[in-house]
Every structure is written in structure tokens, then in C-alpha cells.
Design a protein around this ligand. Structure first.
Ligand code: SF4
Length: 291
């Protein structure tokens, strides 16, 4: 029997979204759902892994296989899932606090390993869930809840950092452009290797410096500028230079680079998946020794 097409109803959850009015997470939630439907994936055919943060409240607002892990650890658990069963696409989501502070080591090693998975950054330049503290991406001088006189640290240049890790896929979107975001997420899921998707997200409650209106005025689609996504140096330039305008869309893609599992000699020619090779072991007798 041919399974019916994926639909919005398949992903529908009775749980209501509880983000603040005007939060960019609403747009990202819609784009992820649309992308999965347009990719023809049913909820049981894709794994979504969430970090801790405002974005993490999406974990029970989309039906299907969902994992809501510890703060800053989403990339490590998602990459484990991607290695265990490469037949199920894996999408990991995190805020900029979880990714560029607590979890930055996981990001570095997942990118250099080129694990076959998609990473979506909900980039609102602050810790929204814990009420507006500065993150590693908050611009210097901004008055945040734990720095009322203004932050004193320089922000991490996240895009320059990402390009220093020899990425195979880099994109940037904006939570206010759902159609473009949908296409970006579809391209990221279809990419073979680690896909990095930075979504500039409005946070009207705590981010007063990069508002929805500000981003709307600054963002442009690189498709309109005939950008060549295979040009690493040009992509890095337009990704990091945001002084006049902010480039959005797929900025860089290197096709045909083997991902981690494809590089492992020991897995070449193996038909089974790691998830099939795990055996059930009864540890009861072993643990009795310590009782
Ligand atoms: Fe959204 Fe910011 Fe409210 Fe969190 S604090 S739900 S990111 S608007």
C-alpha cells in the first residue's frame, strides 16, 4: 500500500504554543512543519532533537519522534542518533546560548566530523527562557537583565567561526520569511553532511536591538544577487559582513564530500545499521555484585 502524503494534520499537536506574542519561534515552527510536509516526511520518518531554551517548547507542539535533551547537549545526542540509524533524517535545534556557550565544543566536533544531520540555530542573541541574559552573540554594550549597564564582552563572530570549521552547508534565514525558511530547511535536510542553518529570530520581549522590523529591513535573499553557493570565499564574505545588509538563503554548499559514516573503513559494505546491531544484554547478575 502506498502511504498517503504527509499533511499538516499529521504533525498537529493539541498542545498550544506558549511563546510571547510576536516571538519568531512561531514562524520557525511553521517553516519546519511546512518543510517536513513538502519533503514528504511523516512524523515517524524524522527525528527532531531539542535543546533547552524557548525553542525547546516546540518539542511537544509537533507530533512524532522528539527528544528534548540537556542544555547545550543537543548536537551530541542528535549526532548519536544520526550515526545509529542513517535512514531517519535528524534535525537538532538549539538557541544561541545553548549552542555558542554551553555546547560550543559539540558544534566544533560535529562540523569537523561532517555528521550527516541538520542543525537549526534559533538565534535571538540572548537567553530568552531564563529572562534575557546576554549570550555569546549579544552585541557589546547592550543592556540585558544581568548586565543593566551594558555587556562588556565582544560577541563571538559566529559566522566567521562557522566558516573556520570547514563547513559543507551554511544557510541563514529570518523568522519573518517563512517561505524562504521552508526552502532553506528542505535544502539542509537534503544535504549529505552537516548542515548549519542560522535563523535570525525576533525576540520582542528581551531583544530590543535586532527587532523583527529591523531584520525585515536588513535581510536580502542571495538568490536575488545571483550568489554562487559553491564559492567558499564569497560565501564567507557575505555571511560575515552585515554592516549594510544581511544575506539570507543558502550561502554555501559543498556537494559530494563524504560524511562521517562514509569515511569509516569498517562500515564500508556493511548492509545493517548500527541500531540493528545493538544486542539486548541482561546486566542483572553483573549489578548483583555491587548490592
Ligand atoms: Fe520568544 Fe523571546 Fe518570549 Fe522566548 S522570551 S518566547 S524567544 S519572545
Amino acid at each position: 500500500m502506498i502511504p498517503s502524503k504527509a499533511s499538516a494534520q499529521d504533525y498537529h499537536s493539541e498542545n498550544l504554543c506558549t511563546w510571547c506574542d510576536g516571538c519568531g519561534n512561531y514562524g520557525i515552527h511553521s517553516a519546519i512543519k511546512r518543510a517536513l510536509i513538502e519533503l514528504g516526511l511523516k512524523p515517524y520518518q524524522v527525528l527532531l532533537c531539542f535543546d533547552v531554551g524557548c525553542h525547546g517548547n516546540m518539542s511537544d507542539k509537533l507530533l512524532g519522534y522528539r527528544f528534548h535533551g540537556l542544555h547545550g547537549r543537543v548536537i551530541s545526542l542528535a549526532s548519536g542518533a544520526a550515526l545509529a540509524n542513517p535512514d531517519v533524517p535528524v534535525i537538532a535545534l538549539s538557541g544561541d546560548g545553548g549552542c555558542f556557550s554551553e555546547g560550543i565544543g559539540h558544534l566544533v566536533h560535529a562540523m569537523r566530523s561532517n555528521y550527516n544531520m541538520t542543525f537549526i540555530l534559533h538565534n535571538n542573541s540572548n537567553y530568552g527562557l531564563t529572562t534575557g541574559q546576554a549570550s555569546a552573540l549579544t552585541p557589546r554594550g547592550e543592556q540585558m537583565n544581568t548586565s543593566p549597564l551594558g555587556t562588556v564582552e565582544d560577541p563571538l563572530n559566529s559566522m566567521d567561526f562557522i566558516f573556520s570549521l570547514n563547513p559543507t552547508f551554511v544557510a541563514r534565514g529570518f523568522s519573518g520569511n517563512i517561505r524562504q525558511l521552508t526552502d532553506i530547511i528542505k535544502a539542509a535536510v537534503n544535504h549529505q553532511g552537516f548542515s548549519y542553518v542560522d535563523i535570525l529570530q525576533g525576540c520582542p520581549t528581551y531583544n530590543k536591538f535586532a527587532t523583527h522590523e529591523y531584520l525585515l529591513g536588513k535581510c536580502y535573499d542571495v538568490k536575488d544577487a545571483n550568489h554562487d553557493t559553491s564559492d567558499f570565499n564569497q560565501a564567507r564574505k557575505i555571511a560575515t559582513d552585515t554592516s549594510e545588509k544581511i544575506s539570507t538563503g543558502v550561502l554555501y554548499q559543498a556537494k559530494g564530500i563524504p560524511h562521517f559514516l562514509e569515511r569509516l573503513e569498517a562500515r564500508k559494505g556493511v548492509e545493517t545499521r548500527l541500531v540493528d546491531e545493538v544486542s539486548e544484554i541482561n546486566m542483572e547478575d553483573y549489578f548483583k555484585k555491587f548490592m
